[in-house]
Ligand binder design. Structure first.
Ligand SMILES: [Zn+2]
Length: 275
């Protein structure tokens, strides 16, 4: 089973069928993990196990969503990586996504599925159409999760044609595409000056809902200019912007392989150079 499947199996075993019943401390207690809150420095959560029991120490946060995610993350380590102790930086999932810390990513995935299991999350998301950050904020209140964790889950649950990305003014930090969004759409590695994300980072301007944007603003593909997509942005800490892109044109989802972008393009260029 994958980390996500393990978390969802635990929720199913507990018979939880309402987001309001996702009491992560009760779930921890059931798994033999006692939760303590402290003012930690240098990390956001630790896990120390002995035999079949463990203590997870969680840094106090002004955000209940972050505390809950930290508990889910440590439960993930307990379930997936038993026998080891951990000191984790959980507060910013953005850091783990931008790094290649495998065990940390697994624990984040576990937490994400534990707090927002697909069986409860998908029915809430489905009727929303192409939700902007305001609606995602309402979903995050229902699940008591952070806006960032909820937005990441929105892509992973694969119910909407969405790409979630994080940029600074200099570069793309990470991105996640819903599984059914074709990988041939090659996201730009730096912000286009015409994107709302660029506007937000340079002028602070935000919009209340997703807005239309020409495809070439976001994708390197030559045929991106034929399509319009929806873009919505939300400011984050550290000069980062969180971006939602909806591929609302059905033809974009049906488009075949594009040899002019991505690894193939560079492999072809190298070959040409050798000749
Ligand atoms: Zn960790």
């Amino acid at each position: 089973m994958t980390p996500g499947q393990k978390a969802e199996a635990r929720i199913a075993d507990l018979g939880i069928s309402d987001p309001r019943d996702l009491d992560v401390e009760a779930i921890a207690s059931d798994a033999g993990v006692a939760i303590e809150y402290r003012q930690l420095t240098g990390c956001d959560a630790t896990l120390v196990g002995f035999g079949s029991r463990a203590i997870a120490t969680i840094k106090r946060s002004h955000s209940r969503g972050r505390e809950r995610f930290s508990i889910g993350h440590e439960l993930g380590h307990w379930e997936l990586h038993r026998g080891r102790s951990f000191q984790c930086r959980v507060e910013n999932p953005s850091e783990n996504l931008a790094s290649d810390a495998g065990l940390e990513k697994e624990a984040d995935t576990y937490a994400s599925h534990l707090l927002m299991p697909g069986s409860l999350f998908s029915p809430v998301i489905k009727p929303l159409g192409t939700p902007g950050f305001c609606q995602i904020g309402e979903v995050s209140e229902l699940f008591q999760t952070s806006l960032l964790a909820t937005t990441i889950r929105l892509a992973h649950v694969n119910k909407l044609p969405v790409i979630v990305a994080c940029y600074t003014l200099q570069k793309r930090r990470w991105h996640i595409r819903a599984l059914d969004v074709p990988a041939r759409w090659w996201l730009r590695s730096a912000l286009d000056n015409d994107s709302f994300a660029y506007e937000l980072l340079t002028t602070g301007k935000t919009y209340p809902a997703p807005r239309k944007q020409p495809g070439e603003v976001w994708f390197e593909n030559d045929d991106a200019e034929k399509f319009e997509i929806l873009e919505h942005c939300h400011p984050m800490a550290n000069g980062e912007v969180l971006v939602l892109l909806y591929l609302t044109d059905f033809e974009m989802l049906e488009a075949g392989f594009d040899p002019n972008v991505g690894r193939r393009k560079y492999a072809t260029a190298r070959k040409a150079n050798r000749v």
